[in-house]
Design a protein around this ligand. Structure first.
Ligand code: ARG
Length: 400
């Protein structure tokens, strides 16, 4: 006997996790409580809850974590310019540790001895959920039914039919995960890296060629590295992200087609649409260039990359992530100001930036006669800066 009596299952309302309710209850002779976390995925949470109870959950919890997600997960990733492999705004990745935290919270409240999730063994999500759950409470048993049951999709449908689990009529063409920060669209025809994504996969972005014929200029204000207003209008984090998704998406910004390295070693083709993420990270990066000096910039890019990797790789709860946050927060202390973005048919250009802490000095930089930069100092500087190169060349030429 496993000794497992009660299981808290992360529940999306889809086929996998619905089958999991029944499968877990049967396999362990245990009670199953389901947990759905609202990260802004825009689903009908009431019917998800009803479905959970219909397929056999003892109890269901819906947790609204949108605000927490925006403030404590998305905003730190903006400060870290979080783009995995330079491209993916880690939207799915950031949601998982928060789901794990809520799962453990409910497991404690409900007196569960195990937690479960619907991730397969081929992706990154199993790492994110399990490692965070274990880091929070190593005494809870971790169950991953979809990794264990060995059912194909057809067998799963068969299982669902046999147990009266409703199957949505629309045969799913893609595997989709979405939250406030973006939509991940994978599998189906996208598994061929040469096949261009079809229009039916995109929901938050219009095709660039069908975007408005006039450019949209949008101003984003930042305070200590996080966006606080759009076009001068102060907004709460969730509303601001939603607004940016809308504005950028309407202009065809945010489609991403990426050959990605999963932590389990698989190279995969993933597509995303993350209009707000693409726009806000670009704006943030630009403001950093105005405010930080070259030493801060070059070191911060190393820290940013490491931070993003930890978040992607399931190591959100590693103390290193918080230690890197300490640096990132400090470097973003002075990141107040505004960035102007011009959006037009899928292209986005930063066309202006300003900050009270700008290190751009007109008097030094200008080419006009008011410049205070003493060019005579450059002669010696050029000589010393080039010294190692010139000396090495001389030695190399002697060798012939
Ligand atoms: N590759 C991305 C990540 O690891 C997205 C995974 C999305 N999952 C999905 N079911 N479509 O974060």
């Amino acid at each position: 006997m496993s000794g497992i009596k009660k299981i808290a299952l992360a529940y999306s309302g889809g086929l996998d996790t619905s089958v999991a309710v029944k499968w877990l209850a049967d396999k362990y002779g245990a009670k199953v409580v389901t947990v759905t976390v609202d990260l802004g995925q825009g689903e009908d949470f009431r019917s998800i809850g009803e479905k959970a109870l219909n397929v056999g959950a003892e109890n269901h919890h819906t947790i609204d974590a949108k605000d927490e997600f925006a403030k404590n997960y998305v905003f730190p990733s903006i400060k870290a310019n979080g783009l995995y492999e330079g491209k993916y705004p880690i939207s799915t990745s950031l949601g998982r540790p928060l789901i794990a935290h809520k799962l453990v919270e409910i497991a404690h409240k409900e007196g569960c001895d195990a937690v479960a999730h619907g991730c397969t063994g081929k992706g990154n999500d199993q790492l994110r959920i399990e490692i965070s759950c274990r880091a929070l409470d190593p005494t809870l048993k971790m169950l991953a039914p979809a990794r264990e049951w060995g059912m194909s999709r057809d067998q799963e449908i068969e299982y669902a039919k046999k147990h009266g689990i409703p199957i949505s009529k629309s045969a799913k063409k893609y595997s989709i995960d979405q939250n406030l920060w973006g939509r991940s669209i994978e599998s189906g025809p996208l598994e061929n890296p040469w096949t261009s994504p079809e229009e039916d996969g995109w929901e938050w972005t219009v095709a660039p060629e069908r975007a408005p014929d006039k450019p949209t200029v949008v101003e984003v204000s930042f305070k200590a590295g996080v966006p606080v207003a759009i076009d001068g209008c102060p907004m709460e984090p969730v509303d601001l992200i939603r607004k940016m998704n809308k504005v950028a998406g309407e202009n065809g910004i945010g489609r991403i087609d990426h050959m990605e390295d999963r932590i389990v070693g698989i190279k995969s083709r993933e597509t995303y649409e993350c209009p707000a993420a693409v726009a806000l990270i670009e704006a943030h990066k630009d403001l950093e260039k105005l405010v930080l000096n070259r030493h801060e910039m070059s070191f911060k890019s190393l820290v940013d990359e490491k931070w993003t990797f930890l978040a992607y790789a399931g190591l959100w709860d590693d103390p290193l992530r918080e230690e890197l946050d300490a640096f990132i927060n400090k470097a973003n202390d002075r990141l107040d100001g505004k960035v102007k973005l011009k959006l037009y048919k899928g292209s986005m250009i930063v066309t202006g930036r300003e900050s009270p802490y700008s290190v751009y000095d007109f008097k030094t930089a200008t080419y006009d006669s008011s410049s205070t930069f003493d060019q005579s100092l450059s002669a010696g500087f050029v000589e010393l800066w080039g010294l190692p190169t010139v000396v090495s060349r001389k030695v190399i030429s002697k060798k012939g």
